[in-house]
Design a protein around this ligand. Structure first.
Ligand SMILES: N[C@@H](CCC(=O)N[C@@H](CS)C(=O)NCC(=O)O)C(=O)O
Length: 209
């Protein structure tokens, strides 16, 4: 098995944190996104979507999606559970993880990729080139602000994002908030609950992954 990774990119970090929480070690191959190695014919033969992470299984099957990869590892090593055990817990974790992805992760991506100089002509990851749209960077920043508010309200009521236990919803939210720094967006001082939670999950050894 091997994981195509890039230590500076947020999507593979979601998988790295997940693996660290599970205590699973997988050999990794670094893909140099800075020099567009993901767009080379050699890497596109591995993942036609030209993105990382990608997990190659021993039978040659490839899983080209961060959450797909996490689902695989949760199934082969259920403990500690990061995707819930009861039907209710599973449903809530998926709901919160998707919400963090839609309202947070994609908002940061919109803000960052439509603004960063180094990403001119690469406003979206993947095999096609798209021009940056400055208005989308602005909208993304607004959305990030709303995400901080929304998560602060949630974490006023709940220890972790999806309930009383750390889960994949926390991983997506943590990676999103740290990624927001690349779009020069940080949690407001007034978001005390979000800040409490961020300090708590950042202190877990897995956060270094
Ligand atoms: N389907 C993928 C998308 C992952 C993705 O967007 N990866 C980014 C790094 S965070 C990437 O590979 N970008 C390549 C590029 O910018 O060309 C997933 O969620 O796992």
């Amino acid at each position: 098995m091997k994981l195509y990774d890039c230590t500076t990119a947020p999507s593979p970090r979601r998988v790295r944190i997940f693996l660290a929480e599970k205590g699973i070690v997988v050999p990794t191959v670094q893909v140099d996104l800075r020099n567009n190695e993901q767009l080379t014919p050699a890497f596109r033969a591995i993942n036609p979507d030209a993105t990382v992470p990608s997990l190659e299984l021993d039978d040659g099957t490839r899983i080209n999606d961060a959450i797909g990869i996490c689902i695989y590892f949760e199934a082969i090593k259920p403990q500690p559970p990061l995707m819930g055990e009861t039907p209710q817990e599973k449903a809530l974790i998926v709901s919160w993880q998707r919400e963090a992805e839609r309202n947070g992760f994609y908002a940061v991506m919109e803000a960052f990729r439509n603004w960063a100089r180094g990403l001119k002509g690469r406003a979206l990851p993947g095999p096609y080139d798209y021009e940056q749209i400055p208005a989308l960077a602005e909208r993304g920043r607004l959305r990030i602000g709303h995400f901080f508010e929304q998560m602060n309200a949630r974490l006023a009521q709940s220890e972790y994002v999806a309930g009383p236990r750390f889960s994949i919803a926390d991983i997506t939210t943590l990676v999103t908030i740290d990624f927001a720094a690349s779009a020069k967006a940080s949690m407001p001082e007034t978001s005390t609950h979000l800040r409490r939670w961020h300090a708590q999950v950042s202190a877990r050894p897995s956060a270094k992954a």
